[in-house]
Design a protein around this ligand. Structure first.
Ligand code: HEC
Ligand code: HEC
Length: 220
């Protein structure tokens, strides 16, 4: 319970001012973003995003390429900035790509992917595994002091932008990898160490279960 109150307090402290938020709502040009997604920037060594994330933003489960469709625009811009600054050093290829994009281009590609709609690609997992995942998502692991994932990521993991990303519909293997990367320290970009504190308290089985559960929840 204590953690949940703390999470809510952190969330309100981190939310940008209403004036700034309103300005962000119009930032980014999806059409310019689409061109970058399809063609990249050959002169700057920026590969076309669609090669990995797909034209529709579905990503690729087998390669741990994350789904981007529907994700919050500002959240995705932050991730690209974090790759460039190495706060998120868990995939060097994205560092090169993020460095090759101007700030405006980051908003353009993020706006494009935010606007895509794509069906969830279901993960193949036993119903008992999904049930364990659902329990962790909704109630946490009280004996390990792990708060419910939904207390920050919103009901069914649909996200509370711009700080808390949507994880509904995200690929199970990618979710599991992020938790492992926070535990191992190659991803250090979470505000107030929220995920850094949680990830090491989960067992491998729990990471797998919660990943499978969120994977099979429909994204927005
Ligand atoms: C060679 C494959 C590849 C290409 C090309 C690529 N990405 Fe990525 N991207 C990835 C992978 C893999 C990750 C996740 C890395 C990890 O954390 O394990 C990622 C992560 C991201 C994230 C963070 C997603 C999240 O949920 O945190 C964003 C945003 C992103 N990429 C945007 C882009 C954009 C925009 C482009 C094109 C300009 C692009 N990517 C090109 C492979 C790629
Ligand atoms: C105290 C609040 C809080 C709780 C509880 C929480 N998260 Fe998070 N989570 C965050 C924040 C904040 C981020 C964004 C970090 C960043 O900016 O890169 C995040 C990011 C993530 C991401 C990365 C998403 C992406 O696309 O890059 C995953 C996966 C994730 N959380 C899974 C979980 C799971 C599973 C649980 C429950 C076991 C959980 N989280 C509980 C705050 C929380």
């Amino acid at each position: 319970m204590r953690t949940m109150i703390w999470a809510a307090a952190m969330a309100s402290a981190l939310v940008v001012s209403p004036a700034l938020a309103a300005e962000d709502q119009d930032k980014g040009d999806a059409e310019a973003g689409k061109e970058l997604v399809m063609q990249g920037k050959p002169d700057e060594d920026v590969q076309p995003c669609q090669a990995c994330h797909g034209e529709d933003g579905a990503g690729q489960a087998a390669s741990n390429f994350p789904r981007l469709a529907g994700q919050d625009v500002k959240y995705m811009v932050k991730q690209m900035e974090d790759f460039a600054s190495e706060d998120r050093a868990n995939y060097p290829t994205m560092k090169g790509i993020a460095e090759g994009l101007s700030e405006e281009e980051k908003w353009d590609v993020a706006r494009y992917y935010h606007e895509q709609e794509v069906d969830t690609e279901e993960a193949d997992a036993d119903s008992s595994v999904i049930e364990t995942g659902e329990r962790i998502a909704e109630r946490g692991v009280p004996e390990e002091d792990v708060p419910a994932c939904t207390s920050c990521h919103g009901p069914e993991g649909k996200g509370v932008p711009p700080v808390f990303p949507q994880i509904a519909g995200q690929h199970a293997g990618y979710i599991q990898k992020q938790l492992q990367d926070w535990e191992g320290g190659s991803r250090e970009n979470d505000p107030a160490d929220m995920m850094t504190e949680i990830a090491p308290k989960l067992s491998e089985e729990e990471m797998e279960a919660v990943g499978a559960y969120f994977n099979n929840v429909d994204a927005e």
